[in-house]
Design a binder for this molecule. Structure first.
Ligand code: 1HN
Length: 350
């Protein structure tokens, strides 16, 4: 560049900066300064890979149990905050995760909201979540859903604490400005009550009510017991070779539509035989994982950690990773894959 051209470039840059500062008060900005950040060749996520060891979080949950009652807290939960998105109640860009504790004798009062929720039970047996007036007993490994706008409350009538992983589409619903919520205090009539086992009888027995027309895209079956899930996985493992990237992996399904249990959150379960090492894999859905049984060495971005039972970890969108099982391992996971699929966005690389 000649001296003259360099001077012209400096003048042009100064003129542009002057222009930007003059349009700024009019709520205007130049796209050409941001285009490369907005339209990236591959996902450029603020979401980071992160691992929450259960023994550490469990200690803090115990402290929370001494500090506040479930009733006062409404929900006694420690939010699992992604270190790349602190203060946003986000584990991934679109999804929230937390660990909830309910002590013997406690009740977490009924409410409903447009956010969809799932639970994976980590500790305890016999406490319940009531969904639309139906009490669902919970046990370690069970997967329980409370779809958008369903009334739900939790109670622990046992003598042991109960802990579960909550997953919600809180950041997604916030992004869409579509949060609505109600408490029973605003209701004129009491909530309808159903018999325990009602939804399993109607929708979870390879049967459906005659003339049934699904009122929403969410599953009317609220509970997917781990005993059934594990039996299914072990039957697959006994009969065929494992997928190189996934081991034996199934997705939880809405028995009415065959689709995902809830339209905004997909949930998955996979079994990795002892010593099984997966081939590198990545997909565009940032995913929250929890170890149910066994342990897994996770390798990604040159980092390595071993996740033990009840540990939770996050794999961000498009982060290539590998798993290596230490003992027969079952991994639960959830992501926004259904949303991406509906929008034609979901991608994977094996
Ligand atoms: C919620 O309703 C529950 O019902 C748990 O157990 C966690 C996080 C954000 C918003 C609502 C529950 C939640 C939540």
């Amino acid at each position: 560049m000649s001296k003259n051209n360099a001077a012209t470039a400096v003048d042009a840059a100064a003129a542009r900066r002057d222009f930007y500062s003059r349009i700024d008060p009019a709520n205007l900005a130049p796209l050409w300064e941001q285009l490369h950040n907005l339209v990236t060749r591959t996902p450029a996520s603020a979401c980071q890979a992160v691992h929450w060891p259960y023994r550490e979080v469990r200690g803090y949950l115990r402290e929370a149990g001494d500090l506040i009652t479930a009733e006062e807290a409404i929900r006694r939960v420690l939010i699992l905050e992604n270190p790349g998105m602190r203060g946003q109640a986000a584990a991934t860009t679109s999804l929230y995760a937390g660990l909830q504790l309910i002590l013997p004798g406690e009740i977490a009062p009924p409410h409903r909201h447009t956010q969809s929720a799932l639970r994976l039970i980590l500790e305890g047996e016999g406490a319940y979540t009531s969904v639309e007036g139906e009490k669902t007993p919970m046990k370690r490994g069970d997967f329980v859903i409370t779809p958008s706008w369903t009334w739900h409350e939790h109670g622990n009538e046992t003598d042991q604490p109960m802990v579960w992983l909550d997953g919600l589409d809180v950041p997604l619903v916030a992004m869409l400005d579509a949060s609505f919520a109600e408490n029973t205090g605003e209701l004129k009539a009491p909530l309808p009550q159903k018999n325990p086992g009602d939804s399993r009888a109607r929708y979870g027995s390879n049967l459906l009510p005659v003339d049934y027309v699904a009122p929403t895209p969410a599953s009317p079956l609220f509970s997917y017991p781990y005993a059934d899930t594990l039996a299914a996985l072990r039957t697959l493992a006994a009969g065929e070779t494992a997928d190189a990237c996934h081991g034996y992996k199934l997705r939880y399904a809405n028995p009415v539509t065959g689709g995902y249990p809830m339209p905004t959150i997909g949930a998955f379960i996979q079994l990795l035989p002892d010593g099984f090492a997966t081939a590198p894999y990545r997909c565009s859905a940032g995913t929250v994982y929890a170890v149910i049984d066994g342990a897994v060495k996770v390798t990604l971005d040159g980092k390595e950690f071993v996740a033990q039972p009840n540990d939770v970890f996050v794999i961000p969108s498009w982060a290539g990773h590998r798993f290596e099982a230490q003992g027969e391992t079952t991994l639960f996971s959830f992501s926004d894959r259904p949303v991406q699929e509906m929008l034609g966005l979901w991608r994977e690389q094996r």
